[in-house]
Ligand binder design. Structure first.
Ligand SMILES: Cc1cc2nc3c(=O)[nH]c(=O)nc-3n(C[C@H](O)[C@H](O)[C@H](O)COP(=O)(O)OP(=O)(O)OC[C@H]3O[C@@H](n4cnc5c(N)ncnc54)[C@H](O)[C@@H]3O)c2cc1C
Length: 76
């Protein structure tokens, strides 16, 4: 999959848990199996399908809650 979220076949894009993409800020290709990434990637893939031609360089964050405690981590 390339940085435009094209999956390697004409007119096919991928986003979310199934999609691995190179993260320039982290210097590696990775899948991010978290909600924020799925939402951001889905919006980005939709815009590129509709005619934009922008690389996906979003740095996602992960959140989780355990009873009264919550935490967030950037870049995962
Ligand atoms: C128990 C659990 C807890 C989680 N907790 C957190 C959390 O605290 N924070 C966080 O950021 N993320 C969390 N996640 C991860 C988050 O839910 C996922 O990263 C996110 O839902 C991924 O979205 P997605 O659209 O890529 O995939 P999904 O949400 O899995 O959506 C894929 C959809 O495709 C459908 N589908 C599959 N195959 C087909 C097919 N052949 N034809 C048609 N439809 C199909 C599925 O039914 C599903 O509705 C958690 C996940 C789990 C399982």
């Amino acid at each position: 999959m390339d940085d435009r979220l094209r999956a390697g076949y004409p007119h096919i894009y991928a986003a979310g848990d199934v999609a691995s993409v190179f993260k320039p800020l982290l210097g590696k290709r990775m899948r991010s199996e978290h909600e924020d990434n799925a939402n951001a990637m889905g919006r980005h893939a939709g815009r590129n399908m509709a005619g934009d031609d922008a690389p996906f360089d979003y740095l996602p964050f992960f959140y989780s809650d355990l009873f009264d405690l919550g935490y967030e981590r950037l870049g995962s």
